[in-house]
Design a protein around this ligand. Structure first.
Ligand SMILES: Cc1cc2nc3c(=O)[nH]c(=O)nc-3n(C[C@H](O)[C@H](O)[C@H](O)COP(=O)(O)OP(=O)(O)OC[C@H]3O[C@@H](n4cnc5c(N)ncnc54)[C@H](O)[C@@H]3O)c2cc1C
Length: 390
């Protein structure tokens, strides 16, 4: 018996993963129904660095030019201590050259607008204010060929459906205060600056024209009740004597852009699907922001999934005698993605633990060879471009 082709996909959540999947699927002729809980696109999070693996997918989305127009081109990443001493440097140009794609820093709201505009231009639409509940998933799954949960790390209802609520995001012991700033001077142009102290970190990423996004982070207990104003005051106290670039950000950030994130991730999961229901992006493998790869991996997910579905639809599965072939494809999808996403999750945790954990000795924390920026351009190319072939 011939297996049923996948023609209609329901997508729950339009973050980066959901939007990218919707665009790629529509481009390949799938019918797509897209549900989003919010009344509009969520633009939380100040900015994103799209490393070459993400730009590979952007090219497949035909959005590389749009992203390059809005974004900045970081050329080097510099790691400093909290007195402004340069500790390590990564030549991003060299990484880009080896990978064959540029790295782009972009404000999250610009990236989301670019993705949404593309979806609409292709005739797609988003059903906003449609918060799907875990108990709705079964019914949605009966009306379509595939349900994809792209509903994020913290409250994924599709993950809840797959794991009967047994998977909870885990707090990793530090807070991020994030925001954007418009600087008069363009001194930071082309740079990603990473300042580190004892269990404290301040990162600044320039975009273009003096526009940048930044994140202040420090180790702290989980406290959801504490007023935001107190977190912001603490940030000023902690970083007021840090190097000039940090002081400049603290003077010039846009108050409306501030956000407080108590940073959680999820541990690698043993499977990502059940029947015709699948999770992708942060819902499936949320890494810590210290990995710098969450959105990049979400984009890769969308590209790999659509490729596998195309192969599945194109093949004559009747020969295998297996009537449950979508299951096979979703297994194959898991097998093709799990090692890279797990490595990303582990890298995020290892780096966070070196920076924020009190059990890591100060000598290790201040040793640049232990801090991630000592990784070579070749190693990054090998890891980031793994599995990405045209
Ligand atoms: C401070 C910070 C900095 C980061 N920097 C980078 C970086 O430089 N590079 C990088 O690659 N990654 C970065 N990341 C990670 C990146 O932001 C995430 O990995 C990425 O946004 C995940 O996208 P997603 O689409 O899977 O999930 P999300 O962006 O969380 O989207 C989920 C969507 O699902 C919707 N939704 C949720 N529940 C429901 C429901 N029940 N019904 C309908 N819709 C629902 C939500 O409203 C949301 O729109 C960073 C993260 C943080 C916190």
């Amino acid at each position: 018996m011939k297996a049923k082709a996948v023609k209609h996909i329901a997508i729950v959540g339009v973050g980066i993963a959901g939007l990218a999947l919707a665009i790629l699927a529509i481009k390949k002729g799938y019918r797509v129904s897209v549900y989003e809980a919010n009344a509009g696109l969520k633009t939380m999070g100040a900015g994103i660095t799209l490393w070459p693996n993400a730009m590979f997918v952007m090219q497949k989305l035909s959005l590389d030019k749009a992203v390059l127009e809005k974004g900045g081109l970081p050329m080097f990443m510099q790691q400093y201590d909290n007195e402004g001493q340069l500790k390590a440097e990564l030549d991003i140009k060299e990484v880009n050259r080896l990978c064959g794609y540029r790295s782009v820093s972009i404000l999250r709201r610009d990236l989301m607008t670019i993705l949404e505009n593309k979806l609409v231009a292709l005739g797609g639409s988003i059903r906003f204010s449609s918060a799907i509940k875990a108990q709705d998933i079964e019914a949605i799954a009966q009306g379509v060929d595939l349900v994809v949960g792209a509903d994020g790390r913290m409250r994924s209802v599709v993950r809840q459906h797959l794991f009967n609520d047994s998977v909870a995001p885990s707090y990793q012991g530090f807070v991020n205060i994030i925001g954007t700033a418009q600087l008069e001077t363009h001194a930071l142009e082309e740079a990603i600056q990473d300042y580190r102290g004892d269990a404290e970190r301040f990162g600044i990423v320039s975009v273009k024209g003096g526009r940048c996004y930044w994140a202040a982070a420090w180790s702290t207990q989980l406290d959801r009740e504490r007023p935001l104003s107190e977190w912001y005051e603490e940030m000023h106290e902690r970083f007021q004597a840090w190097p000039d670039a940090v002081k400049t950000i603290l003077r010039h950030y846009e108050p409306a852009s501030l956000n407080r994130i108590l940073v959680h991730d999820i541990a690698p999961l043993p499977y990502w699907h059940k029947g015709n229901v699948l999770i992708i992006g942060d819902a499936a493998h949320a890494p810590l922001p210290t990995s710098g790869q969450g959105a990049c991996q979400a984009l890769e997910d969308a590209w790999h999934l659509v490729n596998l579905l195309n192969e599945y639809n194109a093949q004559e599965y009747s020969q295998s005698g297996n009537t449950n072939n979508l299951e096979e494809v979703l297994n194959q999808y898991y097998q093709s993605r799990i090692d890279k996403t797990t490595a990303t999750q582990n890298i995020g945790r290892q780096l966070a633990s070196r920076i924020f954990s009190s059990s890591v000795e100060a000598s290790v924390k201040s040793d640049p060879s232990q801090l991630g920026t000592s990784v070579s351009a070749n190693q990054l190319r090998e890891f980031w471009m793994q599995g990405l072939t045209s």
